[in-house]
Design a protein around this ligand. Structure first.
Ligand code: ADP
Ligand code: MG
Length: 189
């Protein structure tokens, strides 16, 4: 479908007992999709494998079921598409495409820092969506490290100021689910 999720995941597949730092009440509240109407954000932080993308997809799929429009993009794809659009002088079109859907999900912020152009475009999109369109972001970097993610502390502060005004942060601390599966299979001790 149009949202282009990398894989299909539902909240019914999520093991809350394995990841007790995930506030189940907040997850259930998010699944009501009220945050979309209010133009709020949901931000999932934590190390690899703790279920950030799984939860982001679950939220997005529930929103689709409820009739909202959803765009899913990884931070890497965001950078690539942004650069391509700039080269073709179609940045305004890219910014519109990222501003229109009811929810924009940007997955895996922070693995690679944004270049200056992409960071500025990201700021423009966050500003356009502010109090109008919901965003779901996932990152392996804590907020204090977002200056490095966007290559600019002042810009990162401006982005976070808007993002965090109406938002819930899921700070996931725990073990990687992937490692759990490997341990159970006897692949690693
Ligand atoms: P992250 O995005 O935080 O790196 P993912 O969401 O991609 O992690 O999770 C890695 C894999 O483990 C996925 O297949 C996901 O469905 C699964 N997974 C992670 N956490 C849980 C959990 N608590 N219950 C069930 N499956 C999980
Ligand atoms: Mg992920």
């Amino acid at each position: 479908h149009t949202a282009r999720f990398p894989f299909s995941k539902s909240i019914s597949d999520f093991d809350f007992e394995f990841q007790p730092s995930v506030n189940e009440k907040r997850v259930k509240e998010t699944l009501t999709c009220r945050f979309i109407k209010n133009g709020e954000n949901r931000i999932l932080l934590g190390p690899p494998g703790v279920g950030k993308t799984h939860l982001a997809i679950s939220f997005g799929m529930e929103a689709l079921v409820k009739g909202y429009t959803v765009k899913f993009i990884t931070a890497d794809e965001f950078v690539n598409e942004c650069r391509k659009a700039s080269a073709k002088e179609t940045l305004h079109y890219f910014i519109n495409r990222m501003s229109k859907p009811d929810i924009l999900i940007v997955d895996e912020l922070g693995y690679f820092p944004f270049d200056e152009l992409t960071a500025n475009v990201f700021f423009q999109i966050v500003s356009k969506r502010y109090e109008r369109g919901a965003m779901i972001l996932t990152s392996n970097k804590s907020y204090v490290e977002w200056g490095k993610v966007f290559g600019d502390d002042v810009l990162a502060t401006a982005i976070l100021d808007r993002l965090l005004h109406h938002s819930v942060t899921f700070n996931i601390k725990g073990q990687s689910f992937r490692m759990k599966e490997k341990k159970q299979a006897g692949i690693i001790p």
